[in-house]
Design a binder for this molecule. Sequence first.
Ligand code: NAD
Ligand SMILES: O=P(O)(O)OC[C@H]1O[C@H](O[C@H]2[C@H](O)[C@@H](O)[C@@H](O)O[C@@H]2CO)[C@H](O)[C@@H](O)[C@@H]1O
Ligand code: MN
Length: 443
Amino acid sequence: MDDRKFSVLIAGGGSTYTPGIVLTLLEHIKKFPLRKLKFYDNDGERQKKIADACRILVKERAPEVEFEASTNPEEAFSDVDFVMAQIRVGKYAMRSQDEKIPLKHGVVGQETTGPGGIAYGLRSIPGVIQLVDYMEKYSPNAWMLNYSNPAAIVAEATRRLRPNSKIINICDMPIDIMDRMAAILNLKDRNELVFRYYGLNHFGWWTDIRDKTGKDLMPALKEYVSKNGYWVGGDYDKNTEASWEETFKMAADVYALDPTTLPNTYLKYYLYPTEVVKHSDPNYTRTDEVEAYRQKNVFGECARIVKNGSAKDTNFVSDQHSTYIVDLCTAIAYDTKQRMLAIIPNEGAISNIDPTATVEVPCLFGATGAERIAMGKAATFQKGLITEQNSVEKLAVDAWEEHSYTKLWEAFSLCKIVPDAGVAKDILDDMVVANKDFWPELK
Ligand SMILES: NC(=O)c1ccc[n+]([C@@H]2O[C@H](COP(=O)([O-])OP(=O)(O)OC[C@H]3O[C@@H](n4cnc5c(N)ncnc54)[C@H](O)[C@@H]3O)[C@@H](O)[C@H]2O)c1
Ligand SMILES: O=P(O)(O)OC[C@H]1O[C@H](O[C@H]2[C@H](O)[C@@H](O)[C@@H](O)O[C@@H]2CO)[C@H](O)[C@@H](O)[C@@H]1O
Ligand SMILES: [Mn+2]
């Protein structure tokens, strides 16, 4: 290790994930030394509530680290080495629409899946592109790790619109699942697993999982997942919300369809949409839960820290979501070639899938970014699903670029969870109205 210290900007400083990320960064300060921590958000009022608490946290735990929060792009993006991007364009008010509009028409209403995911995608594209442009203008040597959703559509847009930018799109769902796999197998953590995985974001499969001696762990995992999905239970899941419990358990049903692989939890929306809709309440969706619990707890705890003037007794904890991001920064900063997943142009990584598809595969992370590892051929079932879903994602980006109503209607219609083009049009027309402040005017 050398004597470099890094300046990190969290873009979307007002996010509910920010305190967890700050704590993780501070906990790992020896491994990934910091000189500056900066926040940027376009909602100064929301960001201030989180920033005022985090300023106290940083001052108490790492007084040598300079802390700044700003809504001014030049101020925020200057003198930065890494940008962690986690914006939600349209905030929870629009996530709620993404979920409730499709459900009103009997279709799955989900943040990153189906019509809701496409609607969110069209809002996120200009927001994330703007962050990339600010980074390139004010800190051209910096790297951006983007996990603003829907990461699949955002990654397809950055592949096309900013092909040479230093942006890596990432997701923590496989991280969460691999932590569960390690717990199921009584291993220390996910780093004990040597894995092969391929697919699209929120749409992928593990094909091989071994320990570091080469021992095949798939049989034991399959045996467990066939009965329990990825639900661990006990202490491990004592804080897991009921809707996530349902999702982790349902991985058993998804696994049953292809017992040669282990699936990403998000596949439940595509393979069992009828079941998902049956268990959904169109008047109370995931956004309502997040606002009632995560958002309330995070902002409540920040207010308490500010009132006390101290974060010494805070209940904020660093989570898996953020340890992964710190691992990625460390790998890029120190060229460790650690193997982790990224959402990246295919270019042969899945040999029988369009080279221009944006896929999620293991990569070696180092000073030049993410270097993809070839995963071979997708099986027939996966190839069919991936090709259809990737076309949906491509049509969504076409629609945004060309301001095309027809392309967007095609995207909605092609989407596996939408029954036909008539329902697709009804949902789309409601979404055009709901998204009028965010989408380009469609012709
Ligand atoms: N890829 C992953 O695995 C993963 C995991 C968790 C969360 N996420 C994503 O992280 C993001 C944040 O999630 P959250 O639930 O904490 O949302 P949040 O609404 O609490 O925070 C998002 C913040 O982004 C800000 N924002 C919106 N548009 C902006 C813009 N154009 N420029 C600057 N700031 C902007 C908002 O004001 C808000 O403070 C979402 O996109 C979510 O989907 C991704
Ligand atoms: O409904 P939300 O807002 O709670 O979660 C949506 C996100 O779900 C995944 O991320 C999980 C992650 O898997 C888990 O380990 C922990 O960190 O919480 C995250 C958020 O709940 C998914 O990967 C994200 O893309 C979604 O935004
Ligand atoms: Mn994700």
